[in-house]
Write a protein that binds this ligand. Structure first.
Ligand code: GLA
Length: 392
């Protein structure tokens, strides 16, 4: 039986040099959706699915990038001042490289080989994993380094300003800062975080609906704009409010008549979701799994009814999961409009959970869902490659 080549081996065959190897994980978010860009709270954990980048410097100012997932090579000339996003996987690589340069890092030209097992476009943060892995690789082979928070912010900037998605900081932050066996409660305003152990008897199970509705990126930016509109209108009465983070449920109720219906619903989701994140942290501390599960369910309802970023397939996946044994909680995770649900499941029930959800979802939709099982993983890192090429 022939062994599959490792990424470094593959690299040395393609580029005739040995690379260094870097990786960054995807993530799930336990609770706190669409709160990050409202200066609120999120509760993500990294998953054991990674984007890996093998990299070595080149003598010129080019990035030659091959993606194993897309089976495609792209050449980026770092001296070209007119580089623009073109709705292509390489936009993330290009955006990160340009942000590093703009930030004053003399990054080297490089050969890169990229491979990811983070499901692409499934709401598990494949973009942030790619950005963070590429940034770590380019810095690493250029002999440069950057504080973790700055690295996350730089990658977010690449996505905001180059790719054109107005995402918050959650995905890049967790991909950089994650610690094994924990979830991070992150305050997206102060960027301070607390580490919460996830007991060893639980698994993070992401169920992929296998649908991605086209409106996702446009609707995401639109939701952000609706939140900003809410802040603008509320600030007329509450001058200290600069983000929905500062609005309480009582204040929102008091001024509800001042807001258009849609804006009110968006604000209500964000305000109540922030409260749910704080409550869920208390539940986790007190080992109150039932309470945690109820908050996940409320979060899903709020995303479905008030924020309107769920879809029939996500709702169905959550419904099915709730009937399964050993499930603490289930809700959509990530931006929405398709992609995955996150399920916190007692480890011993995972096999039967997987079989039941697969069969039932398939029966009702004709689609076979992919199901990803993970413990909370660690953040971005360099993987030593010494000896890799010699492995039997
Ligand atoms: C996407 C964005 C994040 C966050 C979530 C929704 O994953 O990249 O910044 O806004 O959606 O919670």
């Amino acid at each position: 039986m022939t062994r599959r080549m490792t990424l470094p081996e593959n690299f040395s065959q393609r580029y005739k040099t040995m690379p260094r190897l870097f990786r960054a994980p995807g993530r799930v978010n336990l609770i706190g959706e669409h709160t990050d860009y409202n200066d609120g709270f999120v509760f993500p954990a990294a998953i054991d699915f990674y984007t890996q980048v093998a990299a070595a410097a080149r003598p010129d100012r080019k990035l030659v990038v091959y993606s194993e997932n897309y089976r495609e090579e792209v050449e980026i000339n770092l001296q070209n001042s007119a580089l623009k996003a073109r709705k292509h996987w390489s936009d993330y690589v290009c955006g990160v490289a340009l942000m590093l340069l703009a930030d004053g890092h003399e990054i080297a030209g490089a050969n890169l080989l990229i491979e990811s097992n983070v499901p692409l476009g499934a709401g598990l943060s494949s973009s942030a994993a790619l950005e963070v892995a590429v940034a770590s690789a380019l810095l690493g082979i250029s002999g440069a380094s950057m504080a973790p928070l700055r690295l996350a912010q730089l990658c977010q900037r690449a996505e905001n300003d180059f790719v054109g998605a107005r995402c918050g900081i959650m995905d890049q932050f967790i991909s950089v800062h994650a610690k094994p066996d924990t979830a991070l409660l992150l305050d997206c305003r102060s960027l301070e975080y607390q580490v919460f152990p996830i007991a060893s008897g639980y698994a993070l199970v992401a169920c992929n609906t296998m649908v991605k509705h086209d409106l996702a990126s446009g609707a995401y930016n639109q939701r952000r704009a609706e939140c900003e509109e809410g802040v603008r209108l509320l600030a007329e009465f509450l001058p200290n409010v600069h983000a929905l983070r500062n609005v309480t449920a009582e204040e929102l109720e008091r001024y509800r008549k001042k807001l258009p219906d849609t804006v009110l619903k968006r604000c209500r989701h964000v305000v109540t979701e922030n409260e749910r994140v704080i409550q869920s942290a208390i539940c986790l501390r007190n080992h109150d799994t039932a309470g945690f599960g109820r908050l996940m369910a409320e979060s899903h309802r709020s995303l479905r009814d008030d924020y309107e970023v769920s879809c029939a397939e996500l709702d169905l996946m959550v419904e099915i999961a709730r009937r399964a044994e050993g499930v603490v909680g289930s809700r959509m995770t990530g931006g929405g409009f398709g992609g995955c649900t996150i399920n916190l499941v007692r480890s011993e029930y995972v096999p039967q959970f997987r079989d039941m959800v697969s069969a039932e979802y398939h029966k009702q939709t004709g689609r076979l869902p992919e199901i990803y099982i993970s413990r909370p993983a660690g953040g971005a890192e360099e993987i030593p490659t010494s000896g890799v090429a010699l492995e039997a």
